[in-house]
Ligand binder design. Structure first.
Ligand code: AMP
Length: 292
């Protein structure tokens, strides 16, 4: 893998591929790579001729009281992992390459996709995300960019931005990769200490309980959320939010109808603020008790 640190070098590195009409895949990350990130790189490797991984811990998406300074960083390890998965380019710019002196621009998605859930809990977060992702799209001009379902709202917001602003980038959303006990992989799992690690798996257990309740015929949102919450609180986890919303619009749903629903949760476990989610869809009517 070739590491480049400037936009000019990135463009120079990608120029032959662009001239040769070879496809470019981009995997944006903040580093501290784990199997979730690597699954995105693998998917990019499958689909694209040239795979670019970006590594940039973006200050603009961290709130003032968040974990920017503590965020794990190990570029040498990340580069070795990228190489082992066959990535072609690691783009690891310094701060001033992304935000030169006098930087004064913002790209923001407004309205219903950015207001609930993470948007309510982390003011300014999504504007920070969309600004840096817009810049990465302009820097690399990828054909396809790969994001994780783990950050479901982020993926919807980025897809909206790419469509609204005609970036000409296809956004592929890849499945959440989990630890054996169900905990969604996250760079922030490194903050979990001692017993916190075991307790954190209750997030996934709660989501799985909601899935099981749907399979058993439950359709009421409040009941499904209560079932998920009970699993979490029994492990001493009080969710910051736990909501059942439309998987397309993130609008609240009171009842599972034919449309796909997203159950999204955020919770603090020790020093770590963790998020997770699952997609729910009620089976067709007449087939809803699982008796078939
Ligand atoms: P991050 O480095 O946390 O900004 O994540 C970079 C990308 O990896 C984002 O598109 C995330 O959604 C994705 N990602 C993070 N964790 C996982 C996971 N456990 N499974 C799949 N994708 C993930």
């Amino acid at each position: 893998v070739k590491t480049v640190r400037t936009v000019a070098d990135l463009r120079a590195e990608l120029a032959p591929a662009r001239r040769g009409e070879r496809s470019i895949g981009l995997v944006p990350t903040m580093g501290a790579l784990h199997d979730g990130h690597l699954s995105l790189i693998d998917r990019a490797r499958e689909r694209c001729d040239v795979v670019v991984v970006s590594l940039f811990v973006n200050p603009a998406q961290f709130g003032p009281s968040e974990d920017l300074s503590a965020y794990p960083r190990d570029e040498a390890r990340d580069a070795a992992l990228c190489a082992s998965r066959g990535a072609d380019v690691l783009f690891a710019p310094p701060l001033e390459e992304v935000y030169p002196a006098g930087f004064a621009s913002e790209v923001a998605v407004t309205g219903g996709l950015t207001e609930p859930l993470e948007g309510a809990a982390r003011p300014g977060h999504f504007a920070g995300v969309t600004t840096v992702v817009a810049k990465l799209f302009n820097m690399a001009s990828p054909d396809v960019a790969f994001f994780g379902q783990k950050d479901a709202q982020q993926a919807l917001v980025i897809r909206r931005m790419a469509r609204d602003l005609d970036f000409g980038v296809e956004i592929e959303i890849c499945p959440t990769v989990r630890e054996p006990d169900g905990l969604a992989m996250s760079s922030r799992n490194a903050y979990l200490e001692g017993a916190e690690r075991g307790r954190a798996s209750a997030l996934r257990r709660g989501l799985a309980a909601a899935e099981a309740a749907v399979a058993a015929g439950e359709r009421d949102s409040a009941t499904l959320v209560a079932i998920a919450r009970a699993e979490m609180t029994s492990a001493g986890i009080e969710p910051e939010y736990l909501e059942l919303v439309s998987a397309d619009t993130l609008a609240p749903m009171t009842h599972l109808n034919g449309a796909e629903a997203l159950v999204a949760v955020a919770a603090r476990v020790g020093r770590a603020r963790l998020i997770d989610n699952t997609l729910l869809r009620a089976p067709e009517q007449g087939n809803e008790t699982g008796r078939t």
